[in-house]
Design a protein around this ligand. Structure first.
Ligand SMILES: NC(=O)C1=CN([C@@H]2O[C@H](COP(=O)(O)OP(=O)(O)OC[C@H]3O[C@@H](n4cnc5c(N)ncnc54)[C@H](O)[C@@H]3O)[C@@H](O)[C@H]2O)C=CC1
Ligand SMILES: O=C(O)C(=O)CO
Length: 386
């Protein structure tokens, strides 16, 4: 029998019961639910990662929808529990939903929401920050200063890599990968090589136009190339950033062999999901190649790091904060709440989950639609004509 869980309740007499497994930034998401007759229950348990049993206790006997987190295991057990409680909607407060078994949700007729778009630039900015931190050895240098070791300028002190004119490689040039590529190309005048299952025509056009602009101003133009294989990117790029989804095809995409393909002084950044990289192989590679550097936001066994990683001076590590800007996190909470609300109210699904701005405008009511439901087709949900 699961222990009772502490909660905070808003609008206790609301008709629909919506549970959020965590407190989320901002208040707009709560207000939007309350305005539509929802009783909102927020779990206040002091435990970072809730277990399946904890969430079953939160769902209880009657629950219309749940807003959950990427740390939770949303599989058959939870969707069965939600369905038994009369629930028809779940939303991750995340764009990635590798923690969700969508087939199990389909089986129980539960709509699964995610939060694309609102975190694209914020996440890309963190990937760019990690690229710079690794290239210019910022964390090592900061630690050196704080340790009182600086006793004067030296020609060899913390020499790193210049980005200008080098090649940035992007693996997974979707929303975030493309935004990161634009930042590195435009900001640092890097040439681009990318690998994705699909062509990114918009990104290619952007780099072409920027190259023409530079040329017209008497500067060296930037270039782009769509690689035929991932190995081509690994061989040619000086900085490689990983932005694919995590699924069977991308698990351990970066492993001992692929690391060996990369340049000895390359920089690898991962802001996608930890298991995209074989972290044991990475630690070994970092040990053997002190000039190879990484910037990691995500880890294979989050929240843990594989043994040895924390000791590596050539690794910059941060705790899965890529989407952590105030605007983005408040927007993610809003989109997640509206995904659940839309299904409860019987609204259609928004036609273009990449165009979420109308849901984020605080000065107007949001459209009567769920912003992004990943299994809309499987459940036969109607699509909004707005
Ligand atoms: N660290 C963090 O806090 C965050 C991490 N993420 C992660 O980033 C991922 C990407 O997000 P978006 O760019 O919004 O998604 P997206 O769906 O726009 O882009 C993913 C891209 O990966 C490509 N792809 C899929 N399989 C591939 C393969 N085997 N090889 C190469 N490319 C492949 C797809 O074709 C697509 O273009 C999310 O699924 C999530 O896991 C997203 C936001 C924040
Ligand atoms: O949205 C995601 O997928 C995250 O990892 C957190 O922003």
């Amino acid at each position: 029998m699961a222990k009772p869980i502490s909660i905070e309740v808003y609008n206790p007499n609301g008709k629909y019961r919506v549970v959020s497994t965590k407190s989320m930034p901002g208040t707009r998401w709560i207000n939007l639910l309350i305005e539509q007759d929802c009783r909102v229950e927020i779990c206040t348990q002091k435990k970072t990662i809730l277990s399946v049993e904890d969430i079953i206790a939160l769902i209880g006997d009657k629950c219309d929808g749940v807003i959950g987190q990427l740390t939770e295991d949303w599989g058959e057990t939870l969707f069965a529990a939600l369905s038994r409680a009369g629930g028809k909607a779940f939303s991750n407060m995340a764009v990635g939903y590798n923690n969700v078994d969508v087939n199990a949700a389909n089986k129980h007729g539960v709509a699964v929401g995610n939060t694309p778009g609102v975190l694209t630039e914020t996440t890309a900015e963190l990937a760019a920050s990690l690229s710079l931190a690794a290239a210019r050895r910022i964390v090592e240098a900061d630690q050196f200063m704080r340790a009182g070791l600086y006793d004067g300028w030296l020609p060899h002190l913390f020499v790193g890599n210049l980005l200008k004119g080098q090649t940035v490689g992007v693996i997974g040039a979707g929303r975030i990968g493309s935004a990161y590529a634009r930042m590195m190309v435009e900001g640092f005048k890097m040439n681009l090589i990318y690998y994705d299952l699909y062509q990114s025509t918009r990104l290619e056009k952007f780099v072409t136009a920027y190259g023409e602009f530079l040329k017209a101003n008497g500067e060296q133009p930037v270039t782009w190339k769509r690689a035929a294989s991932m190995d081509e990117v690994l061989r040619e790029a000086d900085v490689i950033s990983l932005h694919p989804i995590l699924d069977k095809t991308t698990y351990h995409l970066i492993n001992k062999e692929s690391l060996a393909t990369m340049k000895k002084e390359a920089i690898l950044v991962n802001c996608s999901r930890g298991p995209v990289v074989d972290e044991v192989a990475l630690v070994e590679h970092l040990k053997q190649n002190p000039m190879f550097r990484v910037g990691l936001d995500v880890f294979e066994d989050e929240p843990y790091m594989k043994p040895g990683l924390a000791d590596m001076k050539n690794a910059v590590v941060v705790p899965h904060i890529a989407s952590a800007s105030k605007w983005t996190r408040e927007g993610m909470a809003t989109l997640a709440a509206l995904n659940v609300l839309g299904k409860i109210k019987g609204y259609p699904v928004w036609g273009d989950p990449n165009r979420v701005a109308p849901f984020l405008n605080e000065n107007a009511p949001p459209p009567a639609a769920s912003p992004s439901i990943v299994n809309a087709k499987a459940l036969g949900l109607p699509v909004s004509k707005l």
